[in-house]
Ligand binder design. Structure first.
Ligand code: URP
Ligand code: ZN
Ligand code: ZN
Ligand code: ZN
Length: 476
């Protein structure tokens, strides 16, 4: 037969179009999209289903070291298993450079974690915690050339925070190598000040994590990052934006013609700071501790305003899973003494698509095409994976999710394939669910059953991002 696989009878949805079409696949690639495709060594009946590009989650944390805190609940095996069960075919986790370490050695360590352990394709962003002259001068340019074409920098966390001078140095390096910089915008000193005051007042429950870092702290850091990006003339991506205050900073920068991009995440349209109160200001609130913290219902609406208005290009999970129970969990003995010690991060790679579909498309806020742009196409374009990944058309990898827009489910831990012992999205009812995930032409997940293997995923050497090209308006 001409085709290894034909997906017949479905409705193909891309970022641009919605068309009734069959999809022909050969050797892992899409080779035909047409009204009627005959033949096929294998045929999948997709009638009644949407045929969309597999999800690309450009913000996940897998197998990151603990810095003396609890161990992350997902390595590549369970994290990518959860990803494919949730309709994703590519993830972009982080390779974190501990201070004092060589970045290249860190990247090698992460490859050791990922090789032969990934159910989906993957690339790495580089987290730069120690921008020494050798890192900026030699290691980074070489790594960008090897396909690690995006960096993340942090404006908070003891082990990761960069000062303003260091941010400028990394931005300048990124400009020189054509890399895209992702910035975690929360102000270190503000958070530390607030935390000390709260602790002194005995306010140590998980809820005070949210009080310690209000939106003004995120807004200030967002503005500072934007200003530094303008000074250097380097495009930046502001990640995990939680509400109106930082959203408006990004919109302002975009309206000035600066190349500032925005990412938001599942928790910022579905959780609130009240969740951190737990049942009665108790420790169950620890399940929701992440940074920035989820805000309130008005913030959900501000995030939708940013999504609809084009302020945000990507919608990610910021999957960063920990266990809840046990001495290695979120409520390890130290964490019970203060919110400060509760590890930041929540699992969510598996529920990103259903929650965005349900609240976005299902409730009439975005179109199916915008859904595809936000969950797949824009991630591929922004992070140098296009036109291999991110759409359905001749020449693209056959990374596909078959989507049932009418399927009702209630998110619950027993459905999840991640390593965590809980989901913070427990009880959220959704309409719209992935029924099959296809990675480069092979069915890897179907109806919650994992059919692929952890040898399936391949490392993606990424190209330079066209979004990282400077504006040319320089101060130097
Ligand atoms: O709380 C979170 N989001 N932890 C993950 C690390 C990060 O800053 O993205
Ligand atoms: Zn450089
Ligand atoms: Zn972050
Ligand atoms: Zn993150």
């Amino acid at each position: 037969s001409d085709y290894d696989l034909v997906i017949r009878g479905g409705t193909v949805v891309t970022a641009a179009d919605t068309v009734r079409a069959d999809v022909g696949i050969r050797a892992g690639k899409i080779v035909a999209v047409a009204d009627k495709i005959e033949g096929g060594a294998k045929v999948i009946d997709a009638s009644g289903l949407l045929v969309m590009p597999g999800g690309i989650d450009s913000h996940v944390h897998l197998a990151q070291p603990a810095f003396g805190g609890p161990k992350m609940a997902d390595g590549f095996e369970t994290g990518t298993r959860s990803a494919i069960a949730g309709g994703n075919t590519t993830v972009l986790p982080f390779a974190l450079q501990p201070r004092g370490a060589s970045l290249r050695a860190s990247v090698t360590d992460y490859h050791r974690e990922a090789d032969g352990q990934s159910y989906c394709d993957y690339g790495f962003h580089l987290i730069i915690s120690d921008p020494s002259p050798s890192v900026l001068g030699q290691e980074l340019p070489a790594l960008v050339g090897d396909g690690y074409t995006s960096f993340k920098v942090f404006m908070t966390y003891d082990d990761l925070v960069l000062n303003d001078r260091q941010l400028l140095e990394v931005f300048d390096c990124a400009r020189g190598c054509g890399a895209l910089v992702m910035v975690h915008c929360e102000g270190y000193d503000s958070i530390k000040f607030m935390t000390e005051r709260l602790e002194a007042a005995g306010k140590t429950a998980p809820y005070y994590h949210a009080v310690s870092r209000p939106q003004v702290v995120e807004r200030e850091a967002t503005h500072r990052a934007i200003s530094h990006g303008e000074l250097i003339d380097v495009p930046i991506m502001i990640v995990h934006v939680s509400g109106r205050e930082p959203m408006e900073q990004i919109r302002w920068a975009q309206q000035k013609g600066l190349k500032v991009y925005g990412e938001t995440c599942t928790q910022y349209i579905s959780l609130t700071a009240d969740d951190l109160k737990g049942l009665n200001m108790d420790e169950t609130g620890g399940k929701y501790v992440c940074s920035p913290p989820p805000r309130d219902h008005a913030s959900w609406e501000a995030i939708w305003e940013g999504i609809r208005g084009g302020v945000f290009q990507t919608f990610s999970s910021d999957h960063c899973p920990f266990f809840y129970e046990g001495s290695e969990g979120k409520l390890n003995p130290k964490a019970r003494t203060s919110f400060k010690w509760v590890p930041n991060g929540i699992p969510g790679v598996e529920v990103r698509l259903p929650i965005l579909w349900s609240k976005g498309v299902g409730e009439g806020r975005i179109t199916p095409n915008e859904f595809v742009a936000l969950t797949s196409t824009n991630h591929a374009k922004i992070y140098g994976l296009y036109p291999e990944k991110g759409s359905i058309g001749v020449g693209f990898d056959a990374d596909i999710v078959l989507w049932d827009p009418n399927r009702k489910e209630t998110i619950r831990q027993e459905l999840m394939h991640h390593g965590s012992d809980y989901t913070p999205f427990e009880g959220i009812a959704v309409t719209g669910w992935p029924v099959m995930t296809i990675l480069r032409g092979a069915v890897v997940a179907e109806e919650g059953r994992i059919l692929g293997t952890k040898a399936d995923g391949k490392f993606l050497k990424r190209g330079l991002s066209p979004y990282a090209v400077p504006t040319g308006r320089t101060y130097l």
